[in-house]
Design a protein around this ligand. Structure first.
Ligand code: IPM
Ligand code: MN
Length: 355
């Protein structure tokens, strides 16, 4: 009996279903070659369902999803739904309730892709951001008083628990060791101003660092990091940071690796069910046009394979993507690729079968 992985698929909104279909095409090509099986089960969570039923996630969703080996997500976000409802009701709820405490975001410039930074190439841009994914400003702590009056008060607090911070930092050290690139882990914080939260982060970081004498611990303020991503991206190997800073710096990371068309990530619970997604959103204006770039979703599928323990297959997907960016794509932007969505998926699937 070949090994079988049960994958929950949430295609979601906008171009989500189109890019997920290409990811599944590639996953099927790679699994056929490697001799394992993937069983896909689709869930209709997203904006359309919410507009139809008034429900973001059914009550049983979390328990149901816990039965799968992994979750593969397209995009959440619908033009007819007020911002915040689907993001909080679906995406963040899944991250929190499944305790996916790591958001892993590789930033790598693939060959053939135009880098917006002058004189930087694939040899300069290859790092990974480990973003804490369940705490910080995202925890929802705070409140509002006297809303809508001139005396309105809004408080939004950043929650940082020693346990939450330490498990994230520990994951980052382990990941850095496994990655075997420069053996350097940078903590991205703001210890000069956020002297409560990042004091906790800094102490936890240097304490855990003692257990990893082979990894060089490094620190940079978040504002300086944004400067260095542009000026000296080659300085970075693995970066660990809190939820909000991680959200911001990984969008900058996506830009220096060529754009949202290629940026992928994993919401990881190392002890539970993880979820993999392109980070670009639902791009409603391209929905159904066969124009959107599926490579981010395909890369997310590759990261999922790596996480499932199918490392060779994960690498094969990345290599196949690199062949496509090097030889075939005019641009990563929707409608400017010189190929359709399905043609890009076909090419990656073809190369993956040849690797
Ligand atoms: C991301 C997104 C989400 C986040 C939004 C959609 C809630 O921007 O995955 O980075 O802020 O985490
Ligand atoms: Mn974001």
């Amino acid at each position: 009996m070949p090994k079988t992985y049960n994958i929950a698929v949430i295609p979601g909104d906008g171009t989500g279903p189109e890019v997920v279909a290409e990811g599944i095409k590639v996953l099927n090509a790679v699994s056929a070659r490697a001799g394992f099986k993937l069983d896909f089960h689709h869930f209709d969570f997203g904006g359309e369902r919410y507009l139809r039923t008034g429900e973001t996630l059914p009550e049983t969703a979390i328990e149901e999803l816990k039965k799968y080996d992994s979750i593969y997500l397209g995009a959440i976000g619908h033009p007819d739904v007020k911002p915040g409802i689907l993001e909080k009701g679906i995406l963040l709820t899944l991250r929190f309730k499944l305790d996916q405490y790591i958001n892993l975001r590789p930033v790598r410039l693939y060959p053939g892709i135009d880098c917006p930074i002058k004189d930087k190439g694939p040899e300069h841009i290859d790092f990974v951001v480990v973003r804490e994914n369940t705490e910080g400003l995202y925890a929802g702590a705070g409140g509002v008083l006297k809303k809508g009056t001139p005396d309105e008060v809004a408080v939004q607090e950043s929650i940082n628990t020693r346990k939450g911070v330490e498990r994230c930092i520990r994951f980052a050290f382990e990941y850095c060791r496994k990655r075997k690139k420069d053996n350097k882990l940078t903590l991205c914080g703001k210890t000069n101003v956020l002297t409560y939260a990042f004091d906790l982060w800094e102490r936890a970081f240097y304490e855990v660092a003692k257990e990893y004498p082979d990894i060089k611990p490094d620190y940079a303020h978040v504002d300086a990091i944004t400067m260095w991503f542009v000026k000296n991206p080659e300085w970075f190997d693995v970066i660990v940071t809190d939820n909000m800073f991680g959200d911001i710096i990984t969008d900058l990371g996506a830009m220096i690796q060529g754009g949202m068309g290629i940026a992928a990530g994993g919401n990881i619970n190392p002890e539970g069910v993880s979820m993999f997604e392109p980070i670009g959103g639902s791009a409603p204006k391209y929905k159904g046009k066969n124009m959107i770039n599926p490579l981010a979703a395909i890369c997310a599928a590759g990261i999922m394979l790596e996480h499932l323990g199918e490392e060779d297959s994960g690498r094969a997907v990345e290599q196949a993507v690199m062949k496509v960016t090097e030889k075939h794509l005019k641009s990563l932007a929707a409608g400017q690729m010189g190929l359709t969505t399905t043609e890009v998926g076909d090419l990656v699937a073809k190369y993956v079968a040849e690797i």
